[in-house]
Write a protein that binds this ligand. Structure first.
Ligand code: HPA
Length: 271
């Protein structure tokens, strides 16, 4: 894998004139609009990046974007890879390894989720303060490369507390309603049954989705600080479990995206 990372990194450096990103961003479903705020310097479609998988889901267009946001050098993944697409954990998280090799110290992940917390409303912006890995797998399984990170990874602060506090402060200063909570990551692609939502709430999750957890595990393994933010696009609250479609998820995420974008941009400016 080290060889693959090196060849992908070399190809990206060549295509971007040795761009040095400080912050990596992974944009989830319906959240690609953040890209409009980036002063773009380079764009590379995934199919032109050696060793990169190609995204297959509608709403995930599949490009790496390099430029300036909040005064910092950022690289953003417009479109991510999901376990339910058939990729393995190492493929899903390969871009995080590449971002690390290119020099990022912070990773910002966004996603759309279903909310179980009864205080949540549709469109709620939830700052992720922790996660529960419910994937039947972990990207760190297998031989460990000590060059890349430790065998046993500390996850006591998977989402950096000071970033969470700063994001809450930014939201408060700008009168943006945000909540904080635990994100459970599982495979999908089915949305949850009412019994599954009930189970997720009981084990301590506030929202559920099909991404983010593998990427954050690999980021932590690589020594990268993480910040996660989710748009709760539908509710799985006991007694209020609604019918949900990918189109609705996209619509709600799109509608809330400017607020999320504002928080992320300000956060980047201040870290
Ligand atoms: N479950 C899983 N992923 C999701 C959901 C959900 O309810 N909503 C948006 N992404």
């Amino acid at each position: 894998m080290l060889e693959q990372i090196n060849s992908t990194t070399a190809s990206i450096r060549e295509k971007t004139n040795n761009f040095n990103p400080q912050v990596g961003i992974i944009l989830g479903t319906g959240l690609g609009g953040l890209v409009k705020e980036i002063t773009v310097e380079h764009v590379i479609p995934y199919n032109e990046i050696p060793n990169f998988p190609v995204s297959t889901v509608e709403g995930h267009s599949g490009k790496l974007i390099f430029g300036k946001l909040g005064g910092k050098n950022v690289m953003a993944m417009q479109g991510r890879f999901h376990y339910y697409e058939g990729y393995n954990m190492k493929q899903i998280t390969f871009p995080v390894r590449v971002m690390k090799a290119l020099g990022i110290h912070t990773l910002i992940v966004s996603n759309a989720s279903g909310g179980m917390n009864p205080e949540f409303e549709v469109g709620e912006i939830m700052i992720i303060n922790d996660h529960i890995n419910l994937f039947p797998d972990n990207p760190l399984i297998g031989k460990n490369s000590n060059e890349m990170g430790p065998r046993f990874v500390d996850m006591s602060e998977a989402y950096k507390k000071s970033y969470i506090d700063l994001a809450k402060k930014i939201a408060q200063e700008n009168k943006i309603r945000v909540k904080e909570g635990v994100y459970a990551g599982l495979t999908g692609p089915c949305f949850e049954t009412p019994a599954e939502y009930r189970y997720l709430w009981r084990i301590g999750a506030d929202a559920v989705g099909m991404s983010t957890v593998p990427e954050v595990i690999v980021a932590k393994h690589s020594g990268i600080n993480c910040f996660g933010i989710s748009i709760v696009t539908d509710l799985g609250i006991e007694g209020v479990v609604q019918n949900v479609s990918h189109e609705e998820v996209q619509q709600v995420a799109n509608a809330q995206e400017p607020k999320l974008t504002f928080i992320v941009k300000e956060l980047i400016a201040r870290i």
